[in-house]
Design a protein around this ligand. Structure first.
Ligand SMILES: O=C(O)[C@@H](CO)OP(=O)(O)O
Length: 245
């Protein structure tokens, strides 16, 4: 008997399409992203993987993706929990900046350090500036970051994983987590025990459900899980890896 976890990165957002660092900026899905979310729902139906409960971030690209996918799967009615601890990593002062321009200005090495190193956060965002979240009511009273590396994301996501998601898994619910490239990378690092170096090469495609069967110790029975459309995932993973080029 295993526990079933479905990880779903939101469909393409408007800012993914424009190649902008997004982080906690609350941008909507693009038309393509909406289609990806609907396809994600169909893939779950075809695989017979029907969520009993959903956890999302507080950002509309993840919320909309979950809503669209669950509607297709006729599971629009399941209980939902939302938390900022599942948000995308906070991209600090890079939020709203073009990835290619940042790469051209700072060079490949610095660009990749900021984008994919485990423990180097981008420069902090200035409070009160256009893309900062300090006055956003959804985070009132919360210890929100001004910039995060993946290590920070893992540290803030883990309490939510342990206290909110694990109990649902252990009660034998099929759990859907609809979140973001980097919050999902953090969860995958934790689940698969990926080391700090190797995780820099792992990218998560938009809109393709990734299913994990977990044993009693919450160890994946198949490391890396299985994408419900492996061919599409391969192509989309390469596209994410190549952003900024
Ligand atoms: O901009 C972002 O918030 C993330 C995800 O879209 O980008 P990256 O893949 O570069 O970490």
């Amino acid at each position: 008997m295993t526990y079933t976890l479905v990880l779903l990165r939101h469909g393409e957002s408007d800012w993914n399409a424009q190649n902008l660092f997004t982080g906690w900026v609350d941008v909507p899905l693009s038309e393509k992203g909406t289609e990806e979310a609907l396809t994600g729902g169909r893939l779950m139906v075809d695989a017979g993987v029907l969520p009993d409960i959903v956890h999302t971030s507080l950002l509309r690209r993840a919320i909309s993706t979950a809503n669209l996918a669950l509607d297709v799967a006729d599971r629009h009615w399941i209980p939902v929990h939302r938390h900022w601890r599942l948000n995308e990593r906070h991209y600090g002062a890079l939020q709203g900046k073009n990835k290619k321009e940042i790469r051209d200005e700072y060079g490949e090495e610095q660009f990749m350090l900021w984008r994919r190193s485990y423990d180097v956060p981008p420069p902090e965002i200035e409070p009160g500036t256009e893309f900062s979240q300090d006055a956003d009511p959804r985070y009132a009273g919360e210890p929100i970051p001004r910039s995060e590396c993946l290590k920070d994301v893992l540290e803030r996501a883990l309490p939510y994983w342990n206290e909110a998601i694990v109990p649902d898994l252990k009660s034998r619910k099929v759990v859907l987590v609809a979140a973001h490239g980097n919050s999902l990378r953090a969860i995958i690092k934790h689940l698969d025990g990926i080391d700090d170096e190797t995780i820099s090469g792992l990218n998560v495609p938009t809109g393709i459900p990734l299913v994990y069967e977990l044993d009693e110790n919450l160890t994946p029975t198949q490391p890396g899980g299985r994408y419900l459309d492996p061919e599409a995932a391969k192509e989309a993973i390469a596209a994410v890896a190549n952003q900024g080029r």
